[in-house]
Design a protein around this ligand. Structure first.
Ligand SMILES: [Zn+2]
Length: 415
C-alpha cells in the first residue's frame, strides 16, 4: 500500500517525516508583520524556498470545525462538526462537541496510523484531543493533560520526561510551545513519522500583530519550525481561523446581544441564540464570536426575525438554516433556523447576562467566527511539485488542503 483514500482524496504514505502545524488564530497579518519585522526568519524561508500563500478556512471560522476539516480534508458538511457547541433539536439540550460522537467518517490520521505509519497528534487543549484522536492507533495527547497520559489511552505515558519539562499552565502561550516541543521530541526519538500539532489561540486573542507579546510568541514558534526542518521533516502550516479586533474606536467591544434584541421585539423566550464559539476555555474572549445560530420558539416568526436581525447595525449576513448549510458547506441536519454573521469589528452574543466580559481582561476584545477571519496562512517548508504549484497558483486554496499538499505535493517527499 502506498496511499490511503478519504473523502475523494488520495494521500501518499510518507517516506520521510511530515509535520503539519495548526497555528491557532494565526491571522495572516501576524505573518506579514513578522516577516517584515524580521521576527520569523524560518517562515520567511518557507515563502522563499517552499510556499507561502493564503487559504480560506471553513465557516464558521472557529477552532473545532477547522481542526476536524484539516484532519479529514473535507468541509463540515462531510464530517459533521459545525461548531464547538450546538443545540441538539431532538433533546433540546445544548451540547459541547468535545468528543468524537458527532464526527462522521474517518480522519486521515486514523487511516494512516492503521497502515503502520507512526502517527502522532498533539493538541494544546484536551477537548480537541478526543475528536482528533478518533480511532487513531498511535500517540495522541494534549499539553493541558500531559502530566496524566497513559499508554492505554494516549499511546504514551512519560510525556513530561520526554519533553524535559513539566506541562505548562492552561492559560499561557507556553501551552502551545509545549505542543511543538513534544512533537519535536517525538520526531527526534523516532516515535512519529506523521505529526499533527494543533496550538491554542490564547496569545492571538489578547495580542495584536506587532506587539511585544505576539512577537515573542511568533519568534518562539518560528524557532521550533526551523528545528523540525533541521530534524529532516517536511513542514506544513495553516491556521484554523484568523483573528480581528472586535472593538469600536473607543476600544470598547462592539457586542450585539441578539437574544436580548429578539426578546425585545418578539417577546420573552421567543428565540434561543447559540454561540458555537463557546467552550470551557473562554476566559480570553467571553464566548463572543462573529457567528451565531438562532432557534425560534415559533416557526412563524423566523422570517420576521431574520429581517429584524438584518437591520441591526454591525450584522453582515443572515442566512436561513438550509441556505447556510448549502452556501457554507455545513451539515444540514444540524443547522439552526437561521445563522447570523457579524461584520469584522463586531461580535454577536446571546443574552448580556450569559457573557462575562470582565474575563476578557485589560486587552481590547479580539475574536473570530465570521467571513473576516476566513483567510489564513498556508505554508510549506519545501518546494512543490509542478502539479501542486499549479494548483496553488490557481487560487481557491483551503486550509484543509494542507495534508494533501504536504504528503503528495512536495518534491522532497518524492525523492
Ligand atoms: Zn482556534
Amino acid at each position: 500500500m502506498t496511499s490511503i483514500a478519504l473523502h475523494g482524496r488520495q494521500y501518499t504514505l510518507p517516506t520521510r517525516p511530515i509535520v503539519v502545524v495548526c497555528i491557532d488564530g494565526c491571522d495572516p497579518e501576524y505573518i506579514e508583520r513578522g516577516i517584515a519585522d524580521g521576527i520569523c526568519p524560518t517562515i520567511a524561508s518557507f515563502h522563499r524556498d517552499g510556499f507561502g500563500g493564503i487559504a480560506d478556512c471553513v465557516m464558521p471560522s472557529f477552532t473545532n470545525p477547522n481542526n476536524v476539516s484539516i484532519v479529514t480534508g473535507a468541509p463540515p458538511a462531510v464530517h459533521g462538526i459545525g461548531g464547538n457547541y450546538f443545540l441538539d433539536r431532538a433533546s433540546g439540550r445544548e451540547i459541547m462537541m468535545t468528543d468524537a460522537s458527532l464526527l462522521r467518517g474517518e480522519t486521515l490520521l486514523s487511516l494512516m496510523s492503521h497502515t503502520g505509519i507512526l502517527t502522532a497528534a498533539v493538541t494544546a487543549k484536551d477537548k480537541l484531543r478526543k475528536v482528533l484522536g478518533h480511532e487513531m492507533r498511535g500517540i495522541c495527547f494534549s499539553s493541558e493533560k500531559a502530566a496524566t497520559c497513559t499508554v492505554a489511552e494516549h499511546g504514551i505515558a512519560d510525556v513530561e520526561s520526554i519533553v524535559g519539562r513539566p506541562a505548562p499552565d492552561m492559560y499561557s502561550g507556553d501551552l502551545s510551545l509545549y505542543v511543538l516541543d513534544a512533537g519535536l521530541a517525538l520526531l527526534r526519538q523516532g516515535r512519529a513519522t506523521l505529526l499533527y500539532l494543533s496550538l491554542s489561540d490564547y496569545v492571538q486573542h489578547k495580542h495584536a500583530p506587532g506587539t511585544p507579546a505576539s512577537n515573542a510568541f511568533l519568534r518562539a514558534v518560528d524557532e521550533r519550525l526551523q528545528a523540525f526542518v533541521d530534524a529532516g521533516a517536511v513542514v506544513g502550516c495553516v491556521a484554523d481561523h484568523g483573528m480581528s479586533a472586535k472593538t469600536g474606536i473607543d476600544g470598547r467591544p462592539n457586542v450585539i446581544f441578539l437574544e436580548d434584541e429578539l426578546e425585545t421585539m418578539f417577546g420573552v423566550s421567543s428565540a434561543r441564540v447559540i454561540c458555537p464559539i463557546t467552550d470551557p476555555f473562554v476566559r480570553h474572549h467571553g464566548a463572543l464570536g462573529s457567528f451565531v445560530r438562532v432557534y425560534a420558539r415559533n416557526p412563524a416568526h423566523i422570517v420576521a426575525m431574520m429581517e429584524a436581525t438584518r437591520a441591526i447595525a454591525g450584522i453582515e449576513t443572515v442566512y436561513a438554516g438550509a441556505d447556510a448549510a448549502r452556501i457554507l458547506e455545513l451539515p444540514a441536519d444540524r443547522e439552526a433556523d437561521f445563522v447570523v454573521i457579524s461584520q469584522e469589528a463586531f461580535v454577536v452574543g446571546s443574552r448580556s447576562d450569559e457573557h462575562d466580559l470582565s474575563t476578557v481582561g485589560d486587552h481590547p476584545l479580539r475574536s473570530h467566527g465570521g467571513f473576516s477571519e476566513q483567510p489564513v496562512p498556508f505554508l510549506l517548508s519545501h518546494a512543490m511539485t509542478p502539479a501542486y504549484a499549479a494548483r496553488a497558483a490557481a487560487g481557491g486554496l483551503r486550509n484543509f488542503d494542507i495534508f494533501e499538499f504536504a504528503l503528495n505535493g512536495v518534491q522532497a517527499n518524492h525523492a
